[in-house]
Write a protein that binds this ligand. Structure first.
Ligand SMILES: C[S@@+](CC[C@H](N)C(=O)[O-])C[C@H]1O[C@@H](n2cnc3c(N)ncnc32)[C@H](O)[C@@H]1O
Length: 253
């Protein structure tokens, strides 16, 4: 995959892609990240890329010309994603869709925002990281690119490791432990030390259902809607959780 990032602050990206899995993915040529400086396309002496908003108001607006020119210079296809708090909220499903592309372009906004013509006539998608406002699109691109890159086949090495993850199966993941078996007075659950594959599987499934019910009832309801009818084992686990006092919403069992 090739990733093009269009930004006024290329130095921001000296950090996010230089360590661990993402650095290895680049070394292995599974992803090639190009950072393009929008300011290089500014035509005046001062390399101006922002201007005051028509109609007045606080702050400056990123101009359309240098952004269009920089993207058009390098663009050869694929989605052009603008990061903005007004976009659709990023999630694992969007990450999976984007990981199937061979080329992705990201435009980072800055200042009070960008000239609307960039959104209307250049971007093909607008994605938000969440309901909050950042100073610029750079941290948002770093997050989105990270979530996408780790889904490219070969990047994690073990492809099955994403299957059970939170937000992939529709349920949150079960808790994980590693050695030692007892740390201070806290012991690893006996099921995980049992050596029985069936027992471990059941314990993990139970924890997954329990965690999702407690922490993300909204996700649980969605998962339930697409998992109809429930398997016998899930029905049994949910009945057990209910008997233990956990509130299982009406109609789930
Ligand atoms: C200060 S923000 C502009 C916010 C804009 N005035 C508004 O109210 O929608 C500057 C830039 O940061 C980026 N940004 C801010 N919050 C974001 C979010 N939640 N998700 C993605 N990008 C964001 C966008 O690229 C935006 O153009």
């Amino acid at each position: 995959m090739i990733i093009d990032i269009y930004t006024l602050f290329p130095e921001f990206f000296q950090g996010p892609f230089t360590s661990s899995i993402i650095a290895r993915a680049q070394k292995a040529q599974l992803v090639d990240i190009h950072i393009h400086n929008i300011r290089d396309a500014a035509i005046d002496r001062h390399k101006t890329c922002d201007d005051s908003p028509y109609g007045g108001g606080a702050g400056m607006v990123l101009k359309a010309e240098p952004v269009f020119e920089t993207v058009e210079q390098f663009y050869t296809g694929g989605p052009i994603i603008f990061l903005a708090p007004q976009g659709k909220t990023f999630n694992q499903k969007i990450a999976e869709q984007l990981s199937n592309e061979s080329r992705l372009s990201f435009i980072c906004g800055h200042y009070e925002g960008v000239d609307e013509r960039i959104i209307q006539h250049l971007a093909t998608e607008v994605i938000s990281l969440g309901d909050f406002v950042l100073t610029g699109g750079e941290p948002a691109v770093a997050v989105v690119a990270d979530a996408v890159i780790r889904l490219i086949p070969g990047v994690l090495g073990n492809e099955t490791s994403t299957a059970d993850e939170s937000h992939t199966s529709g349920l949150l993941e079960y808790p994980q432990y590693t050695r030692p078996a007892v740390f201070r007075e806290w012991a690893v659950p006996a099921e995980l030390l049992s050596g029985s594959h069936a027992e471990i599987f059941r314990w993990r499934r139970r924890q997954s259902l329990r965690n999702t019910l407690i922490r993300r009832p909204d996700m649980f309801t969605m998962w339930r809607q697409v998992n109809s009818p429930l398997t016998k084992e899930d029905t049994k686990i949910l009945a057990e959780l209910q008997n233990e006092g956990l509130i299982v919403p009406d109609g789930i069992l």
